[in-house]
Design a protein around this ligand. Structure first.
Ligand code: ZN
Length: 304
């Protein structure tokens, strides 16, 4: 099989890897420079590294990019991590530097694509991936196709409002699934009730909840409830066969997932709920990387 490269740009940096048949063969990672020139220089350096590591020619490269990626202009409109890339013709710019076909898309969409093709979503035609970390990323496969919408903006389930009077979100909305059920939401609620200072992660709070800390239990129960409201909406709207939950919070324990599933059951049609399996995602932090490579492999060069 041919070798494909995947790149995944996120809050913690730029990752790059070599993928063959859905298997990640090699991975490298570096902090992302803030400006476009630094980003392209880093991509070139990583590309040289990938070519050295690859056992043969690399057929194409896929790029998972955070923020809104416009399918018509094929430009990033709003990138939360590398503002310097906004509005740049990124695919031609990358193709010039790499010398192979390049396909870019939203990182959360590509993570869902990876789970569908190579992870816990294999074998179904209707799948949703929610990645619950600092924020909540989402990608949707319906009737065997990645849902893109008119211009590629679809699938932003993290920005469904699940609490009308909730927290203000960076997207401009209020009480988004992301502001109410993410790792950041758990930490925020715990600080509010327990008055805790100092560095804290959602995992710390999950540990405290397991040890009997009431404020920690409440923070997790609240986040689980809002996640369940979001799941109920998605189940009624899309009749998914599977909803996969990834990210650190989802991987940590059933204390979060079971109450969320119970809330979703209360808020969706019984048949639709029964037809949906809520499971953990399989590919972890590598989903974006594998998805980017798989996306490039699916239709190499088609968009050019
Ligand atoms: Zn939002």
């Amino acid at each position: 099989m041919a070798i494909f490269a995947g790149f995944d740009l996120g809050g913690s940096g730029l990752k790059a890897g070599l993928v063959d048949g859905g298997k990640l063969l090699y991975k490298t990672q570096a902090a992302t420079p803030p400006a476009a020139e630094g980003f392209f220089a880093l991509v070139e350096a990583m590309w040289a590294d990938l070519r050295k590591e690859a056992s043969g020619p690399i057929a194409a490269a896929g790029f998972g990019l955070p923020g809104i990626f416009d399918l018509k202009t094929r430009r990033i409109l709003q990138s939360p991590h590398t503002g310097g890339l906004d509005g740049i013709d990124i695919e031609p710019a990358l193709m010039r530097r790499l010398g192979v076909p390049v396909r870019a898309d939203n990182d959360a969409n590509l993570a869902a694509y990876a789970e569908w093709r190579h992870g816990a979503g294999r074998g179904v035609e209707n799948l949703i991936l929610l990645t619950i970390g600092t924020g909540i990323g989402a990608g949707i496969i319906t009737d065997g196709k990645l849902v893109r919408g008119g211009r590629g903006y679809a699938g932003e389930a993290g920005h469904m409002s699940v609490r009308p009077d909730g927290e203000a979100c960076a997207c401009g909305g209020t009480g988004c699934l992301e502001t109410e059920a993410s790792a950041r939401a758990i930490v925020r609620r715990y600080r509010e009730t327990a008055g805790a200072n100092g560095p804290l992660t959602a995992e710390d709070i999950q540990g405290r909840a397991a040890a009997g800390d009431e404020a920690a239990r409440k923070a997790i129960a609240d986040a689980a409830r809002y996640l369940g409201i979001g799941l109920g909406i998605l189940i009624n709207l899309l009749n998914p066969e599977k909803i996969l939950l990834g990210g650190g919070v989802a991987e940590a324990g059933d204390d979060f997932l079971l109450p969320a599933a119970a809330e979703a059951r209360r808020r969706s049609f019984p048949d639709a709920f029964r037809a949906c399996r809520i499971e953990r995602a399989a590919l972890g932090n590598d989903a974006g990387l594998i998805g980017a490579a798989a996306w490039a492999a699916e239709t190499p060069g088609r968009s050019f």
